[in-house]
Design a protein around this ligand. Structure first.
Ligand SMILES: Nc1ncnc2c1ncn2[C@@H]1O[C@H](COP(=O)(O)OP(=O)(O)OP(=O)(O)O)[C@@H](O)[C@H]1O
Length: 239
């Protein structure tokens, strides 16, 4: 069953076409990876889906509802949540308080404190709950991004480069968490430059270049495509 449908979505900034008649479908329960060179328009896609940027043309349908003109807060409450590539937590608030903000404002139902606690637990941050968010190192900040997104009780989770800068073992920990989240029924779309990490969990891979989709399909087939190799990866990218 289709959960998210982007139909001929376009967005330009001045003369720069950042999203170019982009169509994309995500089925309920999928784990989709998005790859593409810097500046390809990947984050803009998330901005369009999450509602922080409005498309010039095209439509976005989520769970059979046209949400193209809906605001970001409403989209979040209907189950779309995202992490940001560069974490910007409320540095003067504790880790728990940061997550509670997501749980309180991102959800419809009661029980925000419980949700915040669950999100912290799942993200491996329980022991740091009372620490100031500003004191967290990189892995902690990435976990916090994930926890804040999870606390909104998402049906669709958009992850923007959360593996970059992590050590091998930190990355494995993160992958375990993502597998758990996915197994709990959350649909995930993950933009990531750490190709090996992405390939270990994604069921489908989409490659973006100059705002256009240049490949979409089974990860091994996509990685094998000569267009993907020449446009983005280069022959040595998988070593
Ligand atoms: N608000 C904006 N105003 C003007 N140009 C923008 C704006 N947002 C993005 N762009 C430009 O659009 C292009 C795509 O940006 P985007 O952040 O979507 O790419 P990306 O694929 O996520 O890149 P990266 O992998 O480096 O994060 C870039 O050239 C960027 O400079």
């Amino acid at each position: 069953m289709t959960m998210l449908l982007l139909d001929s979505l376009s967005k330009r900034y001045g003369a720069l076409v950042v999203t170019d008649s982009f169509s994309f479908e995500v089925a309920q329960g999928e784990f989709v990876g998005i790859l593409g060179p810097n500046g390809a328009g990947k984050t803009t896609l998330f901005n369009l889906i999450a509602g922080t940027v409005k498309p010039d043309t095209g439509t976005i349908t989520f769970q059979s509802r046209d949400i193209t003109r809906e605001g970001a807060a409403a989209r979040c409450r209907s189950g779309i949540s995202r992490s940001f590539q560069i974490p910007h937590p409320f540095v003067g608030m504790t880790v728990f308080e940061n997550v509670l903000v997501g749980a309180t404002f991102g959800r419809k139902a009661e029980g925000s404190v419980d949700y915040a606690m669950q999100a912290l637990e799942l993200s491996g941050l329980s022991k740091k709950a009372n620490q100031l968010a500003g004191s967290l190192p990189l892995l902690g900040r990435k976990r916090l991004e994930l926890a804040r997104a999870l606390a909104t009780e998402p049906r669709l989770l958009l992850l923007d480069e959360i593996a970059g800068g992590l050590t091998e073992s930190e990355c494995h920990e993160l992958l375990d968490v993502l597998r758990q989240v996915h197994a709990s029924g959350v649909t995930i779309v993950w933009i990531e430059h750490v190709v090996r990490a992405l390939l270990s969990v994604a069921q489908r891979l989409v490659v973006v270049n100059f705002g256009k989709k240049i490949a979409d399909g089974a990860p091994d087939k996509v990685m094998d495509s000569s267009e993907v190799k020449s446009v983005y990866l280069g022959e040595d990218a998988l070593v």
